[in-house]
Design a protein around this ligand. Structure first.
Ligand SMILES: *Cc1c(COP(=O)(O)O)cnc(C)c1O
Length: 319
């Protein structure tokens, strides 16, 4: 309890079937507890047999909750078209507060709620996809959300997140990360191993290079899946009685000066999400990855951080 580095000793148990089965049983109980909280707070029924795909953090454009929503819309389209091969059913939870004056952040919350309303009321989609926006996201809620999560969404534009701490909390609780090479995601991937992390998107230097001649409309026109998503969004399908509501969001994605380059990472994100679905269906592989995440998380202890700071910064002139 006082020395997180000892979590390393769990690593060999990732190969031990009787251990991983008990570990995943704990995850199952935590998913059931989270499902109850989502029913109470969001009036959406989450099914613990489905992947619990979670993005909770302050709402900010650089954190790209929007990229997550685009993927949800993509899944919705695929399900309606009957293209569910390789797909595993998902419950997507997005939660977070927006700063009071941050208009775009509030509009993103509105979009999540509107997409959720359309998806959840469609009986053709019910067995494949459920979406909820979690209101009043706070530490007390994270205590339940984090242990009940299968997939941790850490999808900020590379170069923008200083570190992140949500990413570490999820890792410690056996969630598997889908993420960019940004902030502490880089160290998380190093610690757990590239095979046990779902990497996608441009790294920070690629982002800066791609900015120079960024043409999101070209990207959209040459990506069938993104084109379908944008057309559905632009058709007003998610704002039938609220004409033009999401125009600022659509315009931001289509802008050559979009600082977050959402369109640029869409293709790679969808491919990584497909790998997540396929991996989740291999229960023993997913369990192994989950255990390895917990076992590799000791490095992210604040005690380790502070001890290193004491030795390398404060004591550097006094050996
Ligand atoms: C961990 C946590 C955060 C920080 O999340 P990031 O993903 O690192 O931005 C914010 N709010 C709450 C309530 C948290 O528990």
């Amino acid at each position: 309890m006082k020395d997180l580095s000892q979590l390393e000793k769990l690593k060999p148990f990732a190969q031990d079937r009787s251990f991983t089965e008990k570990f995943m049983l704990v995850k199952r109980v935590n998913k059931e507890r989270l499902a109850k909280m989502v029913t109470k707070s969001c009036c959406v029924d989450f099914d613990p047999d489905m992947i619990f795909d979670v993005q909770v953090k302050r709402i900010h454009e650089y954190k790209r909750q929007l990229l997550n929503v685009l993927h949800v819309i993509h899944l919705y389209i695929r399900i309606l078209q009957g293209e569910t091969h390789g797909m595993h059913p998902r419950c997507v939870l997005i939660g977070g507060k927006a700063a009071p004056g941050y208009h775009t952040a509030k509009l993103i919350i509105k979009l999540v709620n509107n997409v959720a309303a359309v998806v959840n009321r469609d009986p053709r989609v019910r067995n494949w996809l459920r979406v909820a926006f979690f209101p009043d996201y706070r530490v007390t809620a994270m205590e339940v959300i984090c242990p009940g999560t299968d997939l941790s969404e850490q999808i900020s534009t590379a170069g923008k997140e200083a570190s992140g701490t949500g990413n570490m909390k999820f890792m410690m609780s056996g969630a598997v990360t889908i993420g960019t090479l940004d902030g502490a995601n880089i160290e998380i991937r190093d610690a757990v191993g590239a095979d046990n992390y779902f990497l996608f998107g441009m790294d920070a230097s690629e982002v800066e290079l791609a900015r120079v001649n960024y043409d999101p409309n070209y990207v959209i026109a040459h990506d069938e899946r993104l084109m379908q998503v944008m057309h559905l969004l632009e058709s007003g399908h998610f704002n039938l009685f609220e004409a033009g509501l999401f125009k600022p969001i659509v315009d931001a994605i289509r802008s050559a000066t979009d600082p977050w380059m959402t369109a640029a990472d869409f293709h790679s994100y969808v491919e990584a999400q497909q790998r997540v679905s396929e991996t989740f269906q291999d229960t023993s592989r997913w369990s192994r990855i989950s255990v390895l995440n917990t076992a590799s998380s000791g490095f992210f202890s604040s005690d380790r951080t502070i001890a290193e700071y004491r030795d390398q910064i404060w004591m550097k002139n006094k050996k």
